[in-house]
Design a protein around this ligand. Structure first.
Ligand code: PDD
Length: 319
């Protein structure tokens, strides 16, 4: 894998139903219910590289939270979890180890499995388990320093957005809506209240108070936004979990988006109008710093609990 992280992602070593192979060679049946019905759930886990006195190592961020949420999603769609949480940890460690990138996004998907196309749950079918990874590019300094643009749209998705389902057509259409307007995210509103972004959670800052919508069926219970709430509380920042009216988006001092892949970014323009000063605000700057410190602490915990099983491959150290 010497041709650079963007080119060789298809050679990533991935896991499919007990076997390891190159991502480009991994195949599932067209009868897989994930393909036919979007009948599956997933997780995306970020992996970063850290340093300690013994050198560099890689660690997944908030891994336990991700597999607790996977269990919740599986329960919600009544697919039996094929693995224990320890087995999930081992698989995640292995996919990280088998691949060279310092920063990765691990993707985990479980579908109901392969069956004749028919809507009812099939019996006697084993879930399809797929774990892969890809290079996770650095979040650019420009995005951190300058923020990103967003647009708003009515939330037209179903009412089980709390399940991390692979049926993401509504989200895909909303992401493309943003891209088509030269923005980076669509912030959705339902019945006059903020729900979430197409692939992010949204928090609003006004007069030093950080507010985020409650966890209902209307939004994904994001692991990154939970981290934000823990961090603000730990630093004595007033934090409210409450319905956020759409109008509050127009008068907010700051708006943040958050997800495993994008961490926390400031939304500096909404529907073409500046948010606050039109620059990432002071609360965002603190949050960004605190978030990086939180990642470091989480990585140290992983290294302590797992040993250094996810130490960087020698090849990756030179990147
Ligand atoms: N998306 N809301 C939606 C609709 C999402 O798809 C995501 C994440 C989030 C943030 O969740 P978390 O902080 O746990 O990553 C909120 C992932 C990254 C994706 O689909 O690629």
């Amino acid at each position: 894998m010497s041709s650079g992280p963007e080119k060789d992602w298809q050679q990533a070593s991935c896991y499919l139903n007990g076997e390891w192979c190159a991502l480009r060679d991994a195949k599932v049946s067209v009868l897989d219910r994930g393909f036919i019905f979007g009948d599956g759930v997933y997780e995306v886990i970020s992996v970063d590289q850290f340093q300690d006195d013994r050198g560099s190592y890689r660690a997944p961020f908030q891994i336990r939270e991700h597999f607790v949420r996977l269990q919740r999603s599986l329960d919600a769609v009544r697919i039996a979890n094929p693995l224990t949480i320890e087995q999930w940890f081992d698989l995640t460690a292995e996919v990280i180890d088998r691949n060279p990138w310092q920063r990765q996004l691990v993707y985990v998907q479980v579908t109901r499995g392969i069956a004749k196309r028919d809507h009812p749950f099939p019996s006697g079918v084993s879930p399809t388990v797929f774990v892969s990874t890809s290079p996770w590019p650095l979040i650019s300094n420009e995005q951190i320093e300058e923020g990103v643009a967003a647009v708003t749209h009515a939330d037209e998705r179903w009412l089980h957005c709390d399940i991390k389902s692979t049926s993401l057509l509504g989200n895909v259409l909303m992401k493309q809506y943003a891209i088509d307007q030269g923005a980076s995210e669509t912030v959705m509103v339902r019945d006059g209240f903020l729900t979430e972004g197409s692939s992010t959670n949204i928090s609003v800052v006004k007069n030093g108070v950080v507010s985020m919508p409650p966890k209902t069926v209307q939004i994904l219970p994001g692991i990154t936004v939970d981290g934000i709430a823990r961090i603000t509380q730990a630093h004595g920042v007033a934090t409210e979990v409450r319905p956020v009216a759409a109008e509050e988006l127009r008068t907010a001092d700051e708006i943040w988006l958050s997800s495993s892949g994008r961490e926390v970014l400031a939304i500096v323009s909404l529907d073409g109008a500046p948010v606050g000063s039109g620059k990432p605000g002071p609360m965002y700057r603190s949050m960004h710093q605190w978030f990086q410190q939180g990642k470091q602490a989480d990585a140290e915990l992983w290294a302590m609990l797992r040993g250094r099983s996810s130490a960087c491959a020698p090849e990756a150290r030179t990147r």
